[in-house]
Write a protein that binds this ligand. Structure first.
Ligand SMILES: NC(=O)c1ccc[n+]([C@@H]2O[C@H](COP(=O)([O-])OP(=O)(O)OC[C@H]3O[C@@H](n4cnc5c(N)ncnc54)[C@H](OP(=O)(O)O)[C@@H]3O)[C@@H](O)[C@H]2O)c1
Length: 327
């Protein structure tokens, strides 16, 4: 796979990475987990050059990092650019938190939480350092400068090579940069979630900050996986999301049809078109599509070789806005 530099001074990574969240968390929780296949998918990603491997301590909690740790043990660690996150905590009380990635996750940006969590993550991941340590969400109760200062300590201590942010504004990136370099920003970007194009993505480009789009396949929707809410597994985070409700989902199928048209013209799959559009947003953009399925992983890797024409991009840019908020 072709590569790019992660930010200004970061390591070379494949232009498409792998998000591991769905291997243990959020999606399809009624199907028994097949950890051997998930581990094989992580190895397949490394073999294909999809070297950026993304997880977080809140996924599970902890089980996702443990799975990634198992996959990278036994000689694979050095092949990966390993990214994890801190700052969301699993809460047994189901709190209504619109910024959370899953029900029951609350924000914790206290410096002592960061200091404790990095050691726990390193234990789960079976490694002495992570390549990228990301703040999952800014905690409104804690000044960003304090949280970011604790994140910077993890670099000074050799526990993280670089630090990044997630779901932040350009102003928050600026505030963090005043204290320690921001290597990356991970926020949602896909054909149906484009908010960052206005401000955050151009700021990252200008500052040589890597931008890591999460949910680049619209949580599977843009790949054409779901034509009705009944297609979603019963225990699945997406069942609660506005865009996946009956009427919204039906209206949003028009978006998938447009993606399918472009895919047919390019002899590509809808997932590849969705990823190729994200890649076309800049050389600093490294999407991290999630999958636990070997054939989807191979499909996603192929997106690096799909070059959309100006007409294709124009058609996709002109896509109607989705019905329903993202959370
Ligand atoms: N920073 C944050 O707040 C945040 C929030 C959400 C996610 N993330 C990160 O971003 C990563 C990706 O996001 P995501 O998993 O939410 O959404 P996504 O990548 O947009 O979509 C994942 C879904 O698409 C399916 N899929 C993947 N490739 C496919 C293909 N080629 N054809 C058909 N279906 C395909 C997967 O199926 P299977 O799983 O069944 O294979 C899964 O259901 C996560 O793993 C996580 O690391 C970060």
């Amino acid at each position: 796979m072709r590569t790019t530099t992660l930010g200004n001074s970061g390591p070379e990574v494949g232009v498409i990475g792998l998000g591991c969240m769905g291997m243990t968390h959020s999606y399809d929780l009624e199907t028994p987990r097949d950890y051997q296949t998930s581990i094989a998918v992580i190895h397949q990603a490394l073999d294909l050059g999809m070297t950026l491997i993304d997880t977080a301590d809140v996924y599970g909690p902890y089980t996702n990092e443990e799975l990634v740790g198992r996959a990278l043990a036994g000689g694979h660690r050095d092949r990966a650019v390993l990214a994890t996150k801190v700052g969301l905590v699993s809460d047994s009380v189901q709190v209504a938190n619109p910024g959370a990635t899953s029900p029951g996750a609350a924000r914790n940006g206290r410096p002592e939480h960061v200091r404790r969590s990095i050691d726990a993550s390193l234990r789960s991941l079976r490694t002495g350092h992570v390549d990228l340590y990301q703040l999952h969400r800014v905690d409104p109760e804690v000044p960003l400068e304090e949280t970011w200062g604790a994140m910077a300590e993890t670099v000074a201590a050799g526990k993280a090579r670089q630090i990044g942010l997630s779901e932040v504004t350009a102003d928050e990136i600026r505030r963090a940069q005043a204290i320690h370099p921001v290597a990356s920003v991970q926020s949602e970007l896909s054909l149906w979630t484009r908010d960052v194009l206005a401000d955050v993505l151009p700021y990252c480009r200008e500052q040589c900050v890597a931008f890591l789009p999460f949910s680049p396949l619209g949580r599977g929707f843009l790949a054409g996986r779901f034509s009705s809410p009944e297609d979603l597994p019963r225990e699945d985070f997406r069942r609660g999301l506005p865009r996946f409700q009956q009427d919204a989902l039906r209206a949003n199928l028009a978006i998938v049809e447009r993606v399918r048209d472009v895919a047919r013209r390019n002899e590509a799959t809808p997932a590849q078109v969705a990823l190729a559009w994200v890649l076309a947003q800049g050389r600093h953009v490294v999407p991290i599509p999630g999958t636990k399925t070997p054939r989807y992983l191979a499909d996603n890797a192929g997106a690096a070789d799909v070059t959309l024409s100006a007409a294709d991009l124009g058609e996709l840019d002109a896509m109607p806005a989705p019905v329903g908020a993202r959370y």
